[in-house]
Design a protein around this ligand. Structure first.
Ligand code: ADP
Ligand code: MG
Length: 246
């Protein structure tokens, strides 16, 4: 269960006329099936915008994005949700305070008309290392790491093949970060997901990613394999500086 992703000459601006701001002038990269591909770069360099374009949360006006050779524009929304899911930085922000874990996990099953709901919810919650009793908890009854596990369970319950992870551990303290990264790694090994992971942390890339793209002001300066970090084999000056500082 994994897919290829091809981002070709993706370009996007916000605003109209002279006030328009070009956020991504021309971004291209390809992700192999089952690969964990990192997107790194300073805040505001366009990493989240790239993920939002892949999931069509933000529309783009130039270029194309192909998943297994098929344009994301041609994949109906309902099918796109089954195929790809996003996990965001702030697990508290992405869970509704008045919704129990059960409600959070139940909703996508109803929307997508999937049966065996209780069984699927139990499997999703245990797959992310939480007890079944947590189905009846609310977000305020969970720690930050547990909330992120619930967000991951919600992403997994539709059995997607592509996970877009937007700084999934940045809001967590260091020991919890490692737990969540290990969980993501285990899930990828078990299910062969394709991951695209945004992070500003080269240590996360070193732990998780097969290759990574360095972004600066909306452009991909360089695409490097993970082992380029230890020897700092980056050639672009910004990429060298970023990798050298890690
Ligand atoms: P990153 O995730 O690398 O920190 P983002 O992709 O969030 O960067 O943002 C890149 C740039 O695009 C930023 O300058 C941000 O202000 C701008 N931007 C993002 N979304 C919008 C939007 N909906 N309207 C206007 N500007 C936006
Ligand atoms: Mg971001």
């Amino acid at each position: 269960m994994s897919v290829t992703v091809d981002v070709k000459n993706l370009s996007i601006s916000f605003g109209d006329g002279p006030a328009a701001v070009k956020v991504l002038p021309d971004v291209s990269f390809s992700v192999n099936p089952g690969e964990c591909f990192g997107l790194v770069g300073e805040s505001g360099s366009g990493k989240s915008t790239v993920l939002r374009c892949i999931s069509m949360l933000t529309d783009f006006w130039k270029g194309e994005i192909l998943i297994d050779g098929r344009s994301v524009r041609d994949i109906p929304l309902i099918q796109r949700c089954r195929m790809l899911q996003m996990v965001f930085q702030d697990p508290y922000g992405s869970l509704h305070p008045r919704q129990s874990v059960r409600t959070v996990l139940h909703e996508p099953l109803v929307i997508h008309k999937l049966g065996d709901r209780e069984e699927r919810m139990r499997k999703a919650i245990t797959d992310v290392g939480l007890p079944i009793a947590f189905l009846d908890r609310f977000p305020h009854q969970l720690s930050g790491g547990q909330r992120q596990r619930v967000a991951i369970a919600r992403a997994l319950i539709l059995e997607p093949s592509l996970l877009l992870l937007d700084e999934p551990t940045s809001a967590l303290d260091v020991s919890v970060q490692a737990e969540i990264l290990n969980l993501l790694q285990r899930l990828q090994k078990e299910r062969g997901f394709t991951y695209i992971m945004v992070t500003h942390d080269l240590a996360v890339v070193d732990h998780m990613c097969d290759r990574f793209a360095v972004m600066l002001k909306g452009e991909v300066t360089e695409i490097l394999p993970r082992d380029a970090i230890a020897e700092n084999r980056a050639t672009h000056p910004y990429a060298r500086e970023l990798v050298g500082a890690s």
